[in-house]
Ligand binder design. Structure first.
Ligand code: F6P
Length: 356
């Protein structure tokens, strides 16, 4: 059996643990030959692959990034304006592959689903710090990102407290608020602003003033995709849609300027950026990526293709790729963490009925 592995989209902590789990399980239990595909789908397009031995996959469990490299805009169906998917299919056959394990987020799974439609045997594995993949309770990489952001909040708290300032921390997450919500909870933020609930700046200012009166400082966490109520496009969307985006400095800075006009306190904004997805995975992400990887290997061995490995109610299972290819998972009002945050008095800047 010859199996290809690729990592697509933005990197995240735990990718090497996942590669290691798939490769070692298939080599140990099925004597498979593993072909590592470099730079995501770009390796299939540009024909850059290399064999991955058992030894190649040893000593990488705790490493950040991906030993295979990745790419977040190499789509065989639209590569530099051309559909090269048939060349990719030919190359897959030329490599003699019996299957392909694709490790990625929603964009990568959409491509994987289309390749499955051409007859490529695909098994998907869910990764992304954003935790926004449908049908799975979580994705690996998320836990590490939340830990890093929580550490950032802890650090901003002590300096904010010393200077009696309003401290803003901008997180990643693209169009979903999972990182901001979970890290905001773990770090005891006073205000959490997420894309799912456009915020009223007046309500945010009110929450800061209340808090400043009692504690003399506050900590705000804002997801990069958050936007004021009545806004039309998030800064994240404008970065994604404009071919030559104007770098405005992110929603954290926008919020800083908005707040400075409304409250009598110094405001500082910090953007953690790619720090959130670099470096070593947490123990949880190493274990989770390994569980997903060995399950993916069993799907491959059983020739159950066209599926994504998922975690649902603490059990591993799989769903058809079609189910995850078109939508992403958002925080909703019934979410347990959101509900607990509300119960703890954390403000989401929700417009009061009178303002809406
Ligand atoms: O999807 C992961 C992610 O880190 C998002 O949170 C963020 O919006 C985006 O990727 C950043 O992408 P890039 O690596 O292209 O800057």
């Amino acid at each position: 059996m010859r199996i290809g592995i690729l990592t697509g989209g933005g990197d995240c902590p735990g990718l090497n643990a996942a590669i290691r789990a798939v490769a070692k399980s298939l080599i140990l239990n099925h004597k498979a030959r593993i072909i590592g595909i470099e730079q995501g789908f770009r390796g299939l397009i540009e024909q850059q692959v290399r064999p991955l031995s058992y030894a190649d996959c040893s000593g990488i469990l705790n490493m950040g990034g991906t030993i295979l490299g990745t790419h977040n805009s190499a789509d065989p169906f639209n590569y530099k304006g051309q559909d090269v998917s048939i060349q990719v299919l030919d190359y897959y056959h030329k490599l003699g592959l019996d299957g392909l394990v694709v490790i990625g987020g929603d964009g990568t799974m959409a491509i994987a689903h289309s390749l499955a439609g051409l007859g490529i045997n695909v098994v998907g594995m869910p990764k992304t710090i954003d935790n926004d993949l449908m049908c799975t309770d979580r994705t690996f990489g998320f836990d590490t990102a939340v830990s890093i952001v929580t550490d950032g909040i802890d650090r901003l708290r002590t300096t904010g407290q010393s200077h009696r300032r309003v401290m803003i921390l901008e997180t990643m997450g693209r169009y979903a608020g999972w990182i901001a919500l979970h890290a905001g909870m773990a770090g005891g933020a006073d205000v959490i602003l997420i894309p799912e609930f456009p915020y009223s700046i007046e309500e945010v200012a009110k929450a800061c003033k209340n808090r400043m009166g009692e504690q003399h400082y506050s900590v705000l966490v804002v997801a990069e995709g958050a936007m004021p109520s009545g806004g039309h496009m998030t800064i994240r969307e404008s970065l994604d849609t404009s071919p030559d985006p104007v770098r405005l400095g992110g929603i954290g800075n926008v919020l800083k300027h908005q707040l400075e006009n409304l409250i009598d306190a110094e405001v500082r904004s910090t953007c953690l950026g790619h720090i959130q997805r670099g470096g070593s995975p947490t123990a949880f992400d190493r274990i989770f990526a390994t569980q997903l990887g060995s399950y993916a290997a069993s799907l491959v061995a059983n020739r159950e293709f066209g599926k994504l490995v998922v975690m649902q109610n603490n059990q591993l299972s799989s769903v058809p790729l079609a189910q995850v290819a078109t939508q992403s998972k958002k925080v909703d009002g019934h979410d347990l963490t959101f509900q607990s945050a509300l119960a703890m008095g954390i403000s989401f800047g929700l417009p009061s009925p009178a303002n809406s």
